[in-house]
Design a protein around this ligand. Sequence first.
Ligand code: FAD
Length: 483
Amino acid sequence: MSTRRSAELCDSAPGLSRRHALGRLAGGLAAGAVASLAMARAQIRPPALTGRVVRSTDRAYDAARFDFNRRFDVRPLAIVYPTDPGDVGNAVRWARAHGVPLSVRSGGHSYEAFSLGPGLVIDVSAMHAVTLDPPGHTITAQPGVRLLDLYRWLWNEGVAVSGGTCASVGLGGLTVGGGVGYLSRMWGLTADNVIRFEVVDAEGRALEASPRHNPDLFWALRGGGASFGIVTEITVRVQPIGSVVVIHLEWPFEYAAAVLSAWQQHQVSWPDELAFTLELGGTPAGTLAGDGLFLGRDERLRPLLAPLIAAAPPTRSAFAVMPWIDAAVQFSGESLLPLFKAKSDFTRTPLPAEAIDSVMRFMARAPSATCAIQFQQWGGAISRVPADATAFPHRAGTLSLMQYLAHWRTEADATAHLEWIGEFHTAMRPYVSGGAYSNMPDVELADWQRAYYGANLGRLMAIKKAHDPNNVFRFAQSIPVGI
Ligand SMILES: Cc1cc2nc3c(=O)[nH]c(=O)nc-3n(C[C@H](O)[C@H](O)[C@H](O)COP(=O)(O)OP(=O)(O)OC[C@H]3O[C@@H](n4cnc5c(N)ncnc54)[C@H](O)[C@@H]3O)c2cc1C
């Protein structure tokens, strides 16, 4: 695409004139910062926008402009699909030269659509190559690869990476926010296994972030989110894997308090090989189920789960030995409802009886059966990484990750679901750590900076100032440039 056509794209886009775009970009910046931004812009020769470009007049636009969560109806100026770091760099320089805000997207699964904005969306989903690095202990993957595709590719090589459960989450967004799944208690978060990133920075330059090159950026990109650059390549450790045991237990909803109490009490002594999540589903069905993965022999597993089963008799219990890839497929189911809101909490102490009562009350009055709360086991390898070794702070002493979920079908159902999840989250404040998972972002969260990043926030802000002083990588919950 020529420079002239690129400029036309900027000036002619409906709903986002160049002035409008500049105004938005400048919004919130101090006068001095605006001046230096203008100077920086003047020094950049507008490059062509390279890679496939989808504009508002294109047939592909409506399919391209939505993220996984259909709650957000954003109309970007354009979406560009780079195929290499050169295209990514051109997109950054193009956006800056034209004063257009940019967003970065890999898999498009941001809960709050942080990968969408009114300006240029740089969508790296076409960059999804994976290579196994000799001698086979690491892979180098591009950020657009989807998790289940990655797991399948790795399975053919007899290895796995610690990642999330959902099939279509992109590796890029998952990794920069942390990345947790059933293998994390054994091997740590996805981010904990990264040994090198390739990044395009705010000037459009490709650089390496690793322990030897730009170590501060390397630290920030492991859990500190999307505020520092566009990841174009990730080198990450993999581990050999074969058969696993997949566990599924179901109880009547009325046993939820007894089962949750037993789970809280016993899960802390379980070995890293076992990861087990409890989920309560809303009314009218009111469901209670537990799903787990065990990386050991079946006969070692039964005694571990015996106290949970003794707490209340399951109506269904399945223990199936299967190849890891079949387990990954089984875990990867996604809600079919297009609109959702989620919130998260970490616990550092077991929920007391009155908190469990609250959980039961809120689940019993959930507006639909597609509301849920999940209790995900924490600890193991995740907790052995010091809280300041990477930007991800929720480490030793954390017992569980709670996720509140509300899915609904049509706009008319939004208010009831949003009110329910907001009130539920508020009611749990006295019992939780105050931390939250940045990969489960929540725009209503007060003091989200501390909740996501804890004591690592100050260092993240310093790194932001060093690498992106003009706040090019900006969205509703990006790291601020400085105080
Ligand atoms: C159905 C579902 C299931 C999930 N399950 C899990 C799970 O099991 N475990 C878990 O840990 N998380 C899970 N998540 C949360 C998931 O990790 C985050 O939503 C993650 O940010 C999605 O990454 P993405 O690339 O798909 O999304 P995107 O929307 O593309 O990106 C998310 C964020 O990362 C930024 N980003 C994307 N690509 C890049 C890049 N290349 N460089 C720099 N920044 C980038 C975006 O700008 C945005 O801020 C789940 C989410 C959903 C919707």
